[in-house]
Design a protein around this ligand. Structure first.
Ligand code: ZN
Ligand code: ZN
Ligand code: ZN
Ligand code: ZN
Length: 154
């Protein structure tokens, strides 16, 4: 399987194989020179954080793994709630973490990992977050029934 991280996500949609030069942590896809230019100008993506693809590839897989999609809402996880020890997408926040104050932005975790030379040099809180995320993965929490139902009538 070709690593989709090496290809521009936008161009792939148009059935063109172009190498990506940057990775957008918000869109969670690679962008080629042209597309990244458009991406940096377009109103909806102007404020997105992008990192060189070469840097992205160097990130520990634990960090890459946190940019996943919420299985309940099919939205990208954006924060980690320390209180509930769970990853949350924007819908999760609205539904169940509105009152939570102890949250960590995943984009920041990624940025931090990127600016540290080594994983263990990362801020302790972020390391903790990653550890917890790993634990969550190993033991998937049981989903409440009503949420499962909601998911299926989409
Ligand atoms: Zn492109
Ligand atoms: Zn983006
Ligand atoms: Zn969610
Ligand atoms: Zn919470």
């Amino acid at each position: 399987m070709a690593d989709s991280r090496d290809l521009c996500g936008v161009c792939t949609l148009r059935h063109v194989s172009k190498s990506s030069i940057v990775w957008c942590t918000e869109c969670d896809e690679g962008l080629c020179t042209e597309c990244q230019e458009h991406h940096s100008l377009s109103k909806s993506s102007r404020n997105h954080d992008t990192i060189p693809v070469t840097e992205y590839q160097k990130l520990p897989s634990d960090v890459l793994d946190i940019s996943q999609y919420c299985k309940i809402h099919n939205e990208k996880y954006i924060i980690y709630c320390k209180k509930h020890e769970s990853l949350c997408c924007s819908d999760c926040i609205v539904e169940s973490h509105n009152e939570c104050r102890d949250i960590v932005k995943l984009a920041e975790v990624i940025k931090n990992a990127k600016s540290s030379n080594a994983f263990y040099e990362m801020e302790q809180t972020l390391v903790e977050v990653l550890e917890n995320i790993k634990k969550i993965r190993e033991k998937p929490p049981r989903q409440p029934e009503n949420i499962i139902k909601r998911e299926s009538d989409n």
